[in-house]
Design a protein around this ligand. Structure first.
Ligand SMILES: [Zn+2]
Length: 154
């Protein structure tokens, strides 16, 4: 289960001074960039795509910094496609089991990683795995429960 937070734009996100994945001492803040498209503007011969971009930095220890880099869902998709193309040439059916690795990686990331869902008009929605870390994050950023698991800042 994941806890969702809504952070108003213009407010700094305060992170607990620990690794998000293991709670150990953190070494690096990993950069996460999210782009949300929200509109098209039609012109006579072209169109503009309007988007909002937000970058945040999440504290991670050395080991989980590397893991979070490798297991990003977008990277896993590319790894799967490349593996699939390679496997098509090899013709050894059991080797297709290798494709389970990116899938396992995806679920592992969903369980432990930071996910930025949308960059909205007024706020950024992100989610963290349920637990002490998310609780502390909620307190540090003074998030209150609105409904269900969506927490938001006032
Ligand atoms: Zn860690």
């Amino acid at each position: 289960m994941r806890i969702h937070f809504g952070i108003k734009h213009g407010r700094d996100i305060i992170w607990p001074e620990r690794c998000l994945w293991c709670g150990g001492p953190f070494e690096k803040r990993q950069k996460y960039k999210k782009k949300s498209l929200y509109d098209f503007e039609y012109r006579i011969i072209w169109f503009n795509i309007l988007s909002r971009v937000q970058t945040i930095y999440c504290p991670l220890c050395r080991k989980h910094n590397i893991m979070a880099h490798l297991l990003r869902p977008s990277r896993l998709l590319w790894v799967s496609i490349i593996l699939f193309i390679i496997l098509l040439d090899i013709h050894v059916p059991w080797l297709y089991l290798v494709l389970l690795l990116p899938i396992a990686g995806y679920f592992y990331y969903q369980k432990h990683g930071l996910i930025i869902h949308t960059v909205g008009e007024n706020y950024l929605e992100l989610s963290l795995p349920d637990g002490k870390y998310a609780e502390e994050f909620g307190i540090l950023n003074s998030c209150d429960t609105i409904k269900g698991h969506l927490l938001a800042q006032d």
